[in-house]
Design a protein around this ligand. Structure first.
Ligand code: PGA
Length: 254
Protein backbone atom coordinates (compact mmCIF):
# COMPACT_ATOMS: atom_id res chain seq x y z
CA UNK A 1 0.00 0.00 0.00
CA UNK A 2 1.02 3.58 -0.69
CA UNK A 3 2.35 5.52 2.33
CA UNK A 4 -0.42 7.21 4.32
CA UNK A 5 0.70 10.30 6.22
CA UNK A 6 -0.70 12.60 8.89
CA UNK A 7 1.57 15.65 8.91
CA UNK A 8 1.20 18.37 11.53
CA UNK A 9 2.16 21.87 10.45
CA UNK A 10 2.60 23.96 13.58
CA UNK A 11 3.50 27.07 11.53
CA UNK A 12 4.66 29.93 13.85
CA UNK A 13 2.62 28.78 16.84
CA UNK A 14 3.34 27.55 20.38
CA UNK A 15 6.15 28.32 22.79
CA UNK A 16 8.81 25.67 23.29
CA UNK A 17 7.08 24.48 26.48
CA UNK A 18 3.69 24.35 24.80
CA UNK A 19 5.19 22.40 21.94
CA UNK A 20 6.77 19.87 24.32
CA UNK A 21 3.47 19.43 26.14
CA UNK A 22 1.51 19.00 22.90
CA UNK A 23 3.94 16.35 21.66
CA UNK A 24 3.84 14.53 25.00
CA UNK A 25 0.04 14.49 24.94
CA UNK A 26 -0.09 13.20 21.37
CA UNK A 27 2.60 10.55 21.85
CA UNK A 28 1.10 9.42 25.15
CA UNK A 29 -2.02 8.41 23.26
CA UNK A 30 0.22 5.66 21.87
CA UNK A 31 -1.45 5.27 18.48
CA UNK A 32 0.20 2.26 16.84
CA UNK A 33 1.08 3.05 13.27
CA UNK A 34 1.13 0.31 10.69
CA UNK A 35 4.14 -0.06 8.42
CA UNK A 36 2.64 2.14 5.70
CA UNK A 37 1.35 4.81 8.11
CA UNK A 38 3.38 7.84 9.19
CA UNK A 39 2.89 10.74 11.62
CA UNK A 40 5.15 13.71 10.96
CA UNK A 41 5.52 16.92 12.96
CA UNK A 42 6.63 20.00 11.02
CA UNK A 43 7.82 22.28 13.78
CA UNK A 44 9.71 25.60 13.98
CA UNK A 45 13.49 25.27 13.50
CA UNK A 46 14.38 25.81 17.19
CA UNK A 47 12.14 22.87 18.17
CA UNK A 48 13.53 20.35 15.71
CA UNK A 49 15.97 18.60 18.04
CA UNK A 50 13.54 18.42 20.94
CA UNK A 51 10.88 16.98 18.63
CA UNK A 52 13.30 14.53 17.08
CA UNK A 53 14.32 13.16 20.45
CA UNK A 54 10.66 12.85 21.51
CA UNK A 55 9.58 10.97 18.38
CA UNK A 56 12.66 8.76 18.45
CA UNK A 57 11.40 7.27 21.70
CA UNK A 58 8.33 6.00 19.89
CA UNK A 59 8.06 2.70 18.14
CA UNK A 60 7.05 3.02 14.54
CA UNK A 61 6.81 5.77 12.03
CA UNK A 62 6.89 9.03 13.96
CA UNK A 63 9.07 11.69 12.35
CA UNK A 64 9.96 15.34 12.48
CA UNK A 65 10.01 17.80 9.57
CA UNK A 66 11.34 21.28 9.01
CA UNK A 67 8.79 23.78 7.67
CA UNK A 68 11.22 25.29 5.19
CA UNK A 69 14.84 25.43 4.07
CA UNK A 70 16.91 27.89 2.05
CA UNK A 71 17.36 27.48 -1.70
CA UNK A 72 21.16 27.82 -1.60
CA UNK A 73 23.66 25.31 -0.32
CA UNK A 74 25.63 27.45 2.14
CA UNK A 75 27.15 30.87 2.62
CA UNK A 76 26.42 34.42 3.68
CA UNK A 77 22.65 34.19 4.11
CA UNK A 78 22.10 35.42 7.65
CA UNK A 79 19.17 33.81 9.38
CA UNK A 80 18.64 31.04 6.84
CA UNK A 81 18.89 27.27 7.31
CA UNK A 82 20.34 24.86 4.75
CA UNK A 83 19.33 21.30 3.93
CA UNK A 84 22.85 20.20 4.89
CA UNK A 85 22.27 21.60 8.39
CA UNK A 86 18.95 19.75 8.61
CA UNK A 87 20.61 16.55 7.42
CA UNK A 88 23.33 16.92 10.04
CA UNK A 89 20.55 16.97 12.65
CA UNK A 90 19.06 13.80 11.17
CA UNK A 91 15.90 15.52 9.96
CA UNK A 92 14.22 13.38 7.31
CA UNK A 93 11.41 15.59 5.97
CA UNK A 94 10.95 19.21 4.94
CA UNK A 95 7.81 21.07 3.86
CA UNK A 96 8.52 22.88 0.61
CA UNK A 97 6.45 25.60 -1.05
CA UNK A 98 3.67 26.04 1.46
CA UNK A 99 1.26 28.64 0.09
CA UNK A 100 2.14 31.00 2.96
CA UNK A 101 5.78 30.91 1.87
CA UNK A 102 4.82 31.38 -1.76
CA UNK A 103 2.65 34.35 -0.85
CA UNK A 104 4.52 36.15 1.98
CA UNK A 105 8.08 35.29 0.94
CA UNK A 106 7.62 35.37 -2.83
CA UNK A 107 8.80 31.81 -3.38
CA UNK A 108 8.58 31.01 -7.09
CA UNK A 109 8.22 27.62 -8.76
CA UNK A 110 11.86 27.91 -9.92
CA UNK A 111 13.12 28.63 -6.41
CA UNK A 112 11.12 25.67 -5.10
CA UNK A 113 12.76 23.43 -7.69
CA UNK A 114 16.12 24.42 -6.14
CA UNK A 115 14.85 23.61 -2.67
CA UNK A 116 13.58 20.21 -3.83
CA UNK A 117 16.98 19.43 -5.37
CA UNK A 118 18.86 20.44 -2.23
CA UNK A 119 16.55 18.35 -0.03
CA UNK A 120 17.10 15.29 -2.18
CA UNK A 121 20.87 15.82 -2.20
CA UNK A 122 20.69 15.94 1.60
CA UNK A 123 18.57 12.77 1.87
CA UNK A 124 15.54 14.77 3.02
CA UNK A 125 12.08 13.97 1.68
CA UNK A 126 10.34 17.10 0.45
CA UNK A 127 6.65 17.45 1.29
CA UNK A 128 5.91 19.56 -1.76
CA UNK A 129 2.84 21.79 -1.47
CA UNK A 130 0.68 22.92 -4.37
CA UNK A 131 -2.78 24.41 -4.57
CA UNK A 132 -4.83 27.17 -6.14
CA UNK A 133 -6.20 30.46 -4.81
CA UNK A 134 -9.94 31.13 -4.72
CA UNK A 135 -10.07 33.15 -7.94
CA UNK A 136 -8.52 30.27 -9.89
CA UNK A 137 -11.01 27.80 -8.37
CA UNK A 138 -13.87 30.17 -9.27
CA UNK A 139 -12.59 30.45 -12.82
CA UNK A 140 -12.45 26.63 -13.00
CA UNK A 141 -8.78 26.55 -14.04
CA UNK A 142 -7.40 24.84 -10.92
CA UNK A 143 -6.18 21.76 -12.79
CA UNK A 144 -3.92 23.74 -15.11
CA UNK A 145 -2.72 25.86 -12.20
CA UNK A 146 -1.59 22.94 -10.03
CA UNK A 147 -0.19 20.98 -12.99
CA UNK A 148 2.04 23.98 -13.77
CA UNK A 149 3.25 24.05 -10.15
CA UNK A 150 4.26 20.39 -10.41
CA UNK A 151 5.80 20.78 -13.84
CA UNK A 152 7.92 23.82 -12.97
CA UNK A 153 9.17 22.58 -9.60
CA UNK A 154 9.32 18.79 -9.95
CA UNK A 155 9.37 17.53 -13.52
CA UNK A 156 13.10 18.05 -13.98
CA UNK A 157 13.55 15.13 -11.57
CA UNK A 158 14.24 11.63 -12.85
CA UNK A 159 11.65 8.95 -11.98
CA UNK A 160 13.74 7.38 -9.21
CA UNK A 161 13.87 10.73 -7.42
CA UNK A 162 10.29 11.94 -7.83
CA UNK A 163 9.07 8.58 -6.61
CA UNK A 164 10.56 9.37 -3.19
CA UNK A 165 8.75 12.65 -2.57
CA UNK A 166 5.43 13.50 -0.93
CA UNK A 167 2.95 15.93 -2.48
CA UNK A 168 0.43 17.95 -0.50
CA UNK A 169 -2.50 19.49 -2.35
CA UNK A 170 -3.74 22.47 -0.36
CA UNK A 171 -6.38 24.73 -1.92
CA UNK A 172 -5.54 28.17 -0.53
CA UNK A 173 -9.22 28.99 -0.03
CA UNK A 174 -9.46 26.10 2.45
CA UNK A 175 -6.37 26.87 4.57
CA UNK A 176 -7.26 28.15 8.02
CA UNK A 177 -10.72 29.16 6.82
CA UNK A 178 -12.72 26.24 8.19
CA UNK A 179 -13.87 25.75 4.60
CA UNK A 180 -12.81 22.26 3.53
CA UNK A 181 -12.85 20.96 -0.01
CA UNK A 182 -15.63 18.41 -0.35
CA UNK A 183 -14.52 14.80 -0.63
CA UNK A 184 -15.59 14.94 -4.29
CA UNK A 185 -13.48 18.05 -4.95
CA UNK A 186 -10.49 16.53 -3.13
CA UNK A 187 -10.72 13.16 -4.87
CA UNK A 188 -11.20 14.78 -8.29
CA UNK A 189 -8.11 16.95 -8.14
CA UNK A 190 -5.96 14.32 -6.42
CA UNK A 191 -6.88 11.89 -9.18
CA UNK A 192 -6.03 14.56 -11.73
CA UNK A 193 -2.63 15.22 -10.09
CA UNK A 194 -1.91 11.52 -10.17
CA UNK A 195 -2.78 11.41 -13.87
CA UNK A 196 -0.39 14.32 -14.53
CA UNK A 197 2.34 12.36 -12.72
CA UNK A 198 1.42 9.22 -14.68
CA UNK A 199 1.65 11.05 -18.02
CA UNK A 200 5.13 12.20 -17.18
CA UNK A 201 6.51 9.20 -15.30
CA UNK A 202 4.19 6.25 -15.90
CA UNK A 203 1.47 4.65 -13.78
CA UNK A 204 3.76 2.72 -11.46
CA UNK A 205 5.63 5.82 -10.28
CA UNK A 206 2.42 7.87 -10.00
CA UNK A 207 0.75 5.17 -7.94
CA UNK A 208 3.57 5.19 -5.41
CA UNK A 209 3.58 8.92 -4.64
CA UNK A 210 1.55 9.90 -1.58
CA UNK A 211 -0.71 12.91 -2.22
CA UNK A 212 -1.90 14.53 1.03
CA UNK A 213 -4.85 16.87 1.32
CA UNK A 214 -4.47 20.08 3.34
CA UNK A 215 -6.93 22.82 4.20
CA UNK A 216 -9.10 22.69 7.35
CA UNK A 217 -8.61 18.98 7.98
CA UNK A 218 -10.28 18.38 11.35
CA UNK A 219 -10.91 15.44 13.66
CA UNK A 220 -14.45 15.20 12.34
CA UNK A 221 -13.73 15.24 8.60
CA UNK A 222 -10.39 13.44 8.36
CA UNK A 223 -11.80 9.95 8.02
CA UNK A 224 -14.07 10.90 5.17
CA UNK A 225 -11.36 12.83 3.32
CA UNK A 226 -8.75 10.10 3.81
CA UNK A 227 -11.19 7.47 2.57
CA UNK A 228 -10.94 8.90 -0.96
CA UNK A 229 -8.84 6.50 -3.04
CA UNK A 230 -6.34 9.17 -4.12
CA UNK A 231 -6.09 11.02 -0.78
CA UNK A 232 -3.20 9.58 1.22
CA UNK A 233 -3.58 11.51 4.45
CA UNK A 234 -3.36 15.18 5.34
CA UNK A 235 -1.19 18.20 6.07
CA UNK A 236 -2.87 19.74 9.08
CA UNK A 237 -2.48 23.23 10.53
CA UNK A 238 -4.99 24.37 13.16
CA UNK A 239 -6.18 20.94 14.26
CA UNK A 240 -2.60 19.74 14.76
CA UNK A 241 -2.27 22.16 17.69
CA UNK A 242 -4.88 20.30 19.74
CA UNK A 243 -3.62 16.94 20.99
CA UNK A 244 -6.94 15.09 21.00
CA UNK A 245 -7.77 16.33 17.51
CA UNK A 246 -4.46 15.37 15.96
CA UNK A 247 -4.61 11.95 17.61
CA UNK A 248 -7.99 11.39 15.92
CA UNK A 249 -6.51 12.53 12.60
CA UNK A 250 -3.65 10.03 12.92
CA UNK A 251 -6.19 7.33 13.69
CA UNK A 252 -8.15 8.26 10.56
CA UNK A 253 -5.29 7.15 8.26
CA UNK A 254 -6.14 4.27 5.92
P1 PGA B 1 -5.22 24.39 8.26
O1 PGA B 1 -3.78 24.58 7.60
O2 PGA B 1 -5.36 22.93 8.61
O3 PGA B 1 -5.21 25.27 9.48
O4 PGA B 1 -6.23 24.81 7.25
C1 PGA B 1 -3.29 23.63 6.70
C2 PGA B 1 -1.93 24.06 6.19
O5 PGA B 1 -1.71 25.26 5.96
O6 PGA B 1 -1.03 23.21 6.03
Amino acid sequence: MRKQIAAANWKMNLTFQQGEKLLDDILEAGVKLEKHQFAIFAVPYPYLLMTRSEVEKEEGNYYVAAQNCYHKKAGAFTGEVSTEMLHSMNIKYCVIGHSERREYFAESNAMLAEKVNLCLESFITPIFCCGEPLEIREAGTQNDFVATQLRESLFHLPADKISTIVIAYEPIWAIGTGKTASTEQAQEIHKYLRSVLANQYGEAVANDIPILYGGSVKANNAKELFSCPDVDGGLVGGASLVAADFVEIIKALK
